[in-house]
Write a protein that binds this ligand. Structure first.
Ligand code: NDP
Length: 503
């Protein structure tokens, strides 16, 4: 697999039909390093023609006997081989991702440890996707169902955790026997392209996995409009998700939508406040707040409000910002310039709405960080849940602290949002925790923890956070379709005009 040096300054092409493929328009653009805003490599600018080539290759691969007729068990072996290769190269993949999006090396290392486990998990499931036999009210008739691959799946992922998010779709798709066309974010294509070196080594037939890089409104748009895409697996903002779903609807393609959030993270007065403060800090400042599950609305019960805020503020001020590859650094830069601009804009909006800036709110003064897209961990108080800062996804290190008094009030406030992705609650009372988990409208609920995840845990958003789910065995149903087969073994000629008459 290629390494950092082999990417630096290079032009990276599409990967179509098992070949490195120059963009049809001949155009490349710069991908920038978030620690210094300098060009790192050049990425192919895909267009409708490249998407056409990739979808054609993926359609042909679906019918290639080497893939279509491969036994489920052998497909599992191939996916497991890929898992092993990823595992052997996980340190380099982590370094590539950190260089591309500025996430802490510690975190990309953790993610590239989970990625091979995700592939292994689905490799094991490849030959366990069972149909059913249906008892019928018809004599001498056998009805069984089989689950088949769904077809060509278009996978679109954002820049915050490229391989981690790709794995939760690519692994089940391959285990089931689909073929795919991947469109990574224009900002973070390198790790996905490096993964193709491993896909090739693992022995997947040409066209089973294809990558077209480029801009969302061009390459992504062409992919979602393509009539031969059977399903779109989209991870990104709710706004783009709505557009993607509308495009997919024009040819009745299915969608799996993993979208944005504005997650409530709640602290009751009986919580262990030290544990809760650490959890809340991780919830909003890990990955510089650029996670879909960021606990950006921090609800604190009245009676512990001051004590908790004190702990939260102390921990927030101690956070060490810096180069994501350096030991001891806790928060790196924002991944892209637009994100820095967006976060800055939202800080101004919050101030104008009357929220009180308690901490942060600007880029750090350290001259060593002046070239990168760094932003201080930021806290607002005096926030009302109806303010824009409490309702709109910032996708950055900005938390707003909101008081509540009763459990009923909390549930109402927590659910008063268009989103429904994640929620967290800190309490020593099992009853309270379980009641909150029952009442809150979100796809995942954490009690006395936050951001815990596993490839075995099915998760999907509610409301404007999307639909469908990823991870867990439910994914096998997401990326397969059911076929019913009916077989008459009576051996008798039937009256051609009567299906069944009640005796
Ligand atoms: P965007 O919606 O802007 O982009 C997501 C992906 O869609 C990118 O690959 C982008 O390409 C592509 N894209 C953009 N426009 C189009 C289009 N018209 N047609 C097809 N594809 C398009 O989101 P961000 O990149 O800003 O990512 C952050 C968002 O992702 C946040 O809202 C976050 O909550 C959400 N997210 C959700 C997760 C979940 O599991 N629910 C997990 C992680 C993030 P390009 O980058 O080249 O423009």
């Amino acid at each position: 697999m290629r390494n950092l040096e082999q990417i630096t300054g290079q032009r990276l092409s599409h990967y179509i039909n098992g070949q490195w493929h120059e963009p049809s328009n001949g155009e490349y653009f710069d991908s920038l390093d978030p620690t210094n805003a300098q060009p790192w490599y050049k990425v192919a600018s895909g267009d409708a023609q490249d998407i056409e080539d990739a979808v054609s290759a993926a359609r042909a691969a679906l019918k290639n006997p080497q893939w279509q007729r491969m036994s489920q068990t052998d497909r599992g072996h191939m996916v497991r081989r890929l898992a092993q290769l990823i595992d052997e190269n996980r340190e380099m993949l982590a370094r590539i991702e950190t260089r591309d999006n500025g996430k802490l090396l510690r975190e990309t290392r953790a993610q590239t440890t989970i990625v091979p486990d995700t592939f292994s998990y689905f490799a094991g499931a490849a030959d366990k996707l069972e149909g059913t036999t249906i008892p019928l009210n018809k004599p001498d008739m056998l009805n069984y169902t089989v689950r088949e691959p769904i077809g060509v799946v278009g996978i679109i992922v954002p820049w915050n955790s490229p391989l981690y998010q790709l794995a939760w779709t690519l692994a089940p798709c391959l285990a089931i026997g689909n073929t795919v066309v991947i469109k990574p974010s224009e900002h973070t294509s390198a790790s996905t392209l490096a993964l193709m070196d491993l896909v090739e080594q693992a022995g997947f037939p040409p066209g089973v996995v294809n990558v077209v890089t480029g801009f969302g409104p061009v390459a992504g748009e062409a992919l979602t409009r393509h009539p031969h895409i059977a399903k779109i697996a989209f991870t990104g903002s709710s706004e783009t998700g709505k557009r993607v779903a509308a495009n997919a609807a024009s040819h009745l393609a299915q969608c799996n939508m993993e979208l944005g959030g504005k997650s409530p993270h709640c602290v009751f007065d009986d919580a262990d406040l030290d544990r809760a403060a650490n959890g809340v800090v991780a919830g909003i400042f890990a990955a510089a707040g650029q996670t879909c599950v960021a606990g950006s609305r921090i609800f604190v019960q009245e009676s512990v409000y001051d004590a908790f805020l004190d702990k939260l503020l102390t921990r927030t001020r101690q956070i060490k910002l810096g180069d994501p590859t350096e030991e001891g650094v806790q928060v790196g830069p924002l991944a892209i310039r637009e994100q820095l601009e967006k976060v800055t804009r939202y800080v101004e909006i919050a101030k104008a709405e009357g929220a009180t800036l308690l901490s942060g709110g600007k880029p750090p003064e350290d001259p060593a960080l002046s070239e990168g897209w760094y932003f201080e961990p930021t806290l607002f108080t005096d926030v009302d849940n109806s303010m824009r800062i409490a309702q709109e996804e910032v996708f950055g290190p900005v938390g707003c602290v909101i008081r509540f008094s009763t459990e009923e009030e909390l549930t109402e406030l927590a659910n008063a949002t268009e989103y429904g992705l994640a929620a967290g609650v800190w309490t020593q009372s099992m009853e309270r925790g379980l009641r909150f988990a029952r009442e809150v409208e979100s796809g995942i609920v954490w009690v006395n923890t936050y951001r815990a995840a596993s490839f075995a845990t099915p998760v999907g958003g509610f409301k404007n956070s999307g639909y469908g789910s990823h991870n867990g065995l439910e994914s096998l149903r997401e990326y397969s379709r059911s076929k019913s087969v009916m077989l008459d073994y009576s051996g008798k000629a039937q009256d051609p005009f009567v299906i069944r008459v009640k005796e």
